[in-house]
Each structure stands twice: as structure tokens, then as C-alpha cells.
Design a protein around this ligand. Structure first.
Ligand code: SF4
Length: 391
């Protein structure tokens, strides 16, 4: 089974490969560098380079895969270590972390986003339960890098085991505090976190940085710690596999799997499909996209969800989009898979246009949608497909 390292696993431009077919590579070896905005990509296995294209580097892995890896160079500068390790936002955003953290937050704060917001996904929860000390060390490193005064851990109270584990470690830290998020979707949205923790409402399109805060995903913080303490490049990913797979009822978590293996490998490791099954959704149930068995694990892939076959729908359909859940493109993709004819499209009434993109003006404070639905009914819809989370 070949390893496929995509050259674009981050926000920005595709990376430029620096290896050639036939070349031996070691786990952790640098194989591609950014051209402009981006992040280094390293081999996730020992093997031989098979193919190199502008889109991907393919490696034929050796049968033996020792634990050791090629370490990144030693740096006194922690930000440089994060850059060299190719760390990007592992929660799905993929923004290069060394750029995000290259700020002075004097008087501001770092917030660990422990919402584990999408239903079913639980790899971040497991990481918080099992390695709270790593995450707290990571918050301290990021505080030091950004000169922030305070660290917060934003988590839902219902995640008691993780709360207990983190509280124990935090009790020794005077500048790191746990704060609870409401148990709703999308409480992991950065603007919801800022509103709930700091009492500040960010306008649509504004970033937490504008109020002196950085919100960082749980797994990303682990990669920051790996880069600083173990000189380990970003070559593994945490994932949850769930749905119509034999051991997927509660979601099976795999921590630290090598980048580049196909999704089908982890479906097999979760017992294989349960019949009948439908789409492979990559990401969370709310914001995921349709994927394929040969899609490789990337730095931004967290969920592999196998759905039921979509029911076929012959009635006239309307779609109602939400910024934080499924948007028009995804809803149309599902409608097509259902064989439905879409005759009306609307957005949640809280969505407003900012710089050419529709954004929610108050995520999580979701209104009723009766008026919008009545408008669509007048247009003749008989059934509604909605991506809104509140109604
Ligand atoms: S207010 Fe509307 S757009 Fe915003 S999160 Fe709720 S349903 Fe989605």
C-alpha cells in the first residue's frame, strides 16, 4: 500500500517536492518545501519514492518501519522549530502555525479549543483525557512565544473525564484556567469561544487576534510540543473512524497514524463496512465533505464517517444553508446523491455578506427558520434539506 503525501495540506500554495523517483527516504525526512504561504512536508515512513508530481509525492513503504525518525534541526527559537516541523492547524483549518503564532499578545491570551464540537469525533477528547500535561506544556510554550499573559482551556462541562484530567494539571498553573463552553453546536467556532470566554462579540469576518486572543486546536498544540521537545516533524495525525463500520458505533480513535495511508486502510482496521453503507464523509457530520476510499490521510483530516445510503427523494426539494454547518455546495451534493430536484435555495437569516462571503452574525444563537421555510413552500418545495444547526 503506497503512501500519498499531498502537496497541499494547508492554507496557501502547494509545496514544491525536493525528492526524485527512486530515492530512498527516511521517516521525518523533508520531502517538500513551501512556495509562499505553506508549511514543510516530511516523509511519514521509511521507503522509496515512487512518483513525484506537483500534486503529490508517492512513497513505497518498506516492510520494516522503525519508531525513530529524522529530527528537525535544533533551534533555540521555538517558532522556528514549529515552522521547520511543518505544523499547521490540525482541526481542519490548515493555517501554518508559525505564522499564526508570530504575534505579540502582551495583555492577551491563548485559548485551547477543547470543544470537540462536531458530534461523533472524539480524538481530541481522548488526547485531553490521556495527555493533559502535554497540552498544558503546549499552552505555556505558546504563551511564551506570543508573550500572552493568560492561557484558557475552553471545554464542555459534560466532558468530565477530560475536565478532571486537565484540572489536575492546571491546579499547578496560576496563569492557565479552565472555562466551560455551552453544550451546543457550534461552540467550537472561534467567535463563539471569544464570546463565551471573554464576553466580546466579534463581528463576522473578524479574527480573535483583533481582541488580543489566539484560539488553538487541541491536536495542533500536541504537534507544537512535539516540534519543540522531540524535534518531531508533523508526520502523524489523530483521527476518528465511525458510522457504518463494524467497530464504529461509538467511533474508534486512532492516535498518531502516519500521513498518507488511504482512508480505506482505517475503515478495514475498524472492522470493515457494515452493509448497507453509503457515502464516506471526511471531516465531521456538520462540515465534512464526500471522500473516497483512496483519499490519503492529511494534516487536516480528522474524521472518516461511513454513512447509511442516502434515501432517494422524488419530491421537490429546498435547501437551507448555515455558515457553521452544511453550506449550499454540500447540500447540493447530498441532494444530487438523493436524486432530488432542488427548486429553492435559502440561507439562515443570520447570514450576512462580508467581503463577498456569507457569514453568520451570531454563531450558536440560532433563530427559528419558519419564515424562510414558508417562503420556500410558496415556491413549491415539498421537502427541505437543511444545514442549519439550531432548528
Ligand atoms: S445562526 Fe444560522 S448560520 Fe449561524 S450558526 Fe445558527 S443556524 Fe448557522
Amino acid at each position: 500500500m503506497n503512501i500519498i503525501l499531498q502537496m497541499k495540506q494547508h492554507v496557501g500554495n502547494a509545496c514544491k517536492p525536493i525528492v526524485k523517483p527512486g530515492e530512498e527516504v527516511k521517516k521525518g525526512q523533508l520531502v517538500a518545501v513551501p512556495e509562499g504561504l505553506g508549511a514543510n512536508i516530511h516523509a511519514s515512513v521509511y521507503g522509496v519514492i515512487d512518483t513525484v508530481t506537483p500534486e503529490a509525492v508517492t512513497i513505497i513503504p518498506h516492510a520494516e518501519q522503525p519508531e525513530e525518525y529524522v529530527k528537525i534541526p535544533e533551534f533555540d527559537n521555538k517558532l522556528k522549530a514549529i515552522e521547520e516541523a511543518g505544523v499547521v492547524g490540525a482541526g481542519g483549518a490548515g493555517f501554518p502555525t508559525h505564522i499564526k503564532l508570530n504575534v505579540n499578545l502582551k495583555g492577551g491570551c491563548i485559548i485551547l479549543n477543547g470543544a470537540e464540537c462536531e458530534p461523533i469525533l472524539s480524538h481530541n477528547l481522548q488526547l485531553m483525557e490521556e495527555s493533559p500535561e502535554v497540552l498544558v506544556r503546549g499552552i505555556k510554550y505558546i504563551k511564551e512565544i506570543t508573550n500572552a499573559d493568560k492561557g484558557y482551556i475552553a471545554i464542555k462541562e459534560k466532558h468530565r473525564k477530560a475536565v478532571r484530567a486537565l484540572s489536575k494539571v492546571c491546579s499547578l498553573e496560576k496563569d492557565i484556567e479552565i472555562k466551560f463552553l455551552p453544550d451546543l453546536y457550534p461552540s467550537g467556532d472561534e467567535r463563539v469561544i471569544i464570546r463565551e470566554l471573554l464576553g466580546i462579540t466579534l463581528e463576522p469576518g473578524k479574527l480573535p487576534l483583533e481582541v488580543g486572543a489566539i484560539v488553538q486546536n487541541v491536536e495542533t498544540i500536541k504537534h507544537v510540543v512535539n516540534a519543540i521537545e522531540r524535534r518531531k516533524p508533523f508526520i502523524t495525525k489523530d483521527i476518528t473512524v465511525a458510522g457504518r463500520v463494524k467497530e464504529g458505533k461509538k467511533g474508534k480513535v486512532f492516535l498518531d497514524v502516519p500521513l498518507g495511508y488511504p482512508v480505506s486502510h482505517y475503515i478495514k482496521l475498524t472492522g470493515g463496512y457494515v452493509q448497507p453503507f453509503g457515502e464516506i464523509t471526511l471531516g465531521g457530520p456538520y462540515t465534512g465533505q464526500a471522500g473516497r476510499e483512496d483519499t490519503p490521510i492529511s494534516k487536516i483530516l480528522g474524521g472518516i464517517l461511513v454513512s447509511m445510503p442516502f434515501p432517494q427523494e422524488t419530491r421537490k426539494m429546498g435547501i437551507l444553508a448555515c455558515e457553521c454547518g452544511a453550506q449550499e455546495e454540500r447540500l447540493k451534493e447530498i441532494a444530487t446523491a438523493m436524486g432530488a430536484e432542488v427548486i429553492a435555495e435559502e440561507k439562515c437569516k443570520r447570514m450576512i455578506e462580508v467581503n463577498g462571503r456569507y457569514r453568520c452574525d451570531s454563531p450558536g444563537e440560532c433563530p427559528g427558520q419558519a419564515e424562510t421555510i414558508l417562503t420556500m413552500k410558496k415556491k413549491g418545495i415539498q421537502v427541505l434539506l437543511t444545514g442549519t444547526c439550531g432548528d
